[in-house]
Design a protein around this ligand. Structure first.
Ligand code: AMP
Ligand code: FE
Ligand code: FE
Ligand code: ZN
Length: 269
């Protein structure tokens, strides 16, 4: 069987619906040989999930997806192969949690002004995750009948530029890359198609990345093609992932995009 590894998915440690171990089970069921769980700003799944994967014959590399910003625009940075016990990286993740608490509070205040009262305590009790964000707020809005689904919550209220959107405190790309590198991690730019065009992507990449996510689960081969060309032009490694979140979000299925054994091995060493 050819080796396939999905390098981008989310667990209950951030906004995914499956636990880390359930993702391992699903990866095996889908016939994958390798996996990285990349939670938003968190890597609490590690190192425990590595043991579970090893016991079940699945290869894993540590992963995370940090939120950063450039010129006020949100940029997602994947990191692979770092030491999950690294104290500075753990502290950085803790600063992200504080950033999110401040931002969620601002979001709730804006929603209240729109006649949507949500209880902060209920928000934090609604998920075991330490990284609560807009998806959790959207689910709470659905639960209390303020919107019909998560999609509408983002479109009308929470999405970038929508009525109640607030960026909140942010971290720079430079400090994110620095923290990842110090912990032995390799930084990869996530889903380049979601940013403001090739010129802006080049500006991001100027900061120094190991690779770029050139195969994104929900895109077609022609849609991914420009990013393959850009990675080749800049001498970057090409990675792939589904960005699977579970059923709440209509993304690609786990394993929809994958890397070869060669790329996977480069990330693990
Ligand atoms: P946050 O990290 O709190 O800024 O929330 C961003 C996350 O919200 C993204 O990583 C997605 O998982 C999710 N998201 C963004 N836009 C949408 C959307 N239109 N529908 C559902 N989920 C979304
Ligand atoms: Fe997400
Ligand atoms: Fe992302
Ligand atoms: Zn993601």
């Amino acid at each position: 069987m050819t080796f396939r590894a999905d390098l981008h998915c989310h667990s209950t440690c951030s906004d995914g619906s499956l636990t880390p171990n359930e993702l391992v089970d699903l990866a095996i069921k889908k016939g994958l040989q390798g996996l990285s769980i990349t939670d938003h700003d968190a890597f609490d799944a590690y190192p425990e999930v590595l043991n579970y994967a090893t016991q079940n014959g699945l290869k894993m590399v540590t992963g995370v997806e940090f939120s950063a910003s450039l010129n006020g625009k949100s940029v997602h940075i994947l990191g692979y192969g770092f030491d999950p016990q690294n104290k500075e990286l753990k502290a950085f993740s803790g600063r992200h949690r504080d950033r999110r608490i401040a931002r969620n509070r601002e979001l709730l205040e804006k929603l209240l002004k729109e006649g949507i009262p949500l209880d902060e305590n209920e928000l934090y009790a609604s998920a075991s995750s330490r990284m609560i964000g807009r998806p959790h707020i959207a689910l709470l809005m659905v639960k209390h009948g303020f919107v019909k689904d998560v999609r509408t919550a983002f479109k009308k209220y929470l999405g970038d530029g929508a009525k109640c959107y607030v960026p909140g405190p942010q971290f720079t790309i430079e400090e994110t890359l620095d923290h990842l590198r110090r912990a032995g991690g390799k930084p990869v730019l996530a889903h380049p198609h979601l940013y403001d065009g090739k010129k802006f992507v080049k500006k991001i990449l100027d900061k120094g990345f190991w690779g770029m996510e050139c195969n994104y689960g929900s895109l077609t081969i022609p849609q991914n093609a420009p990013w393959h060309s850009l990675a080749a032009e800049l001498g970057l490694h090409k990675t792939a992932g589904s960005d699977y979140h579970g059923p709440y979000k209509t993304n690609a299925e786990l394993g929809a995009s994958f890397v070869s054994e060669e790329v996977f091995t480069l990330l693990s060493t």
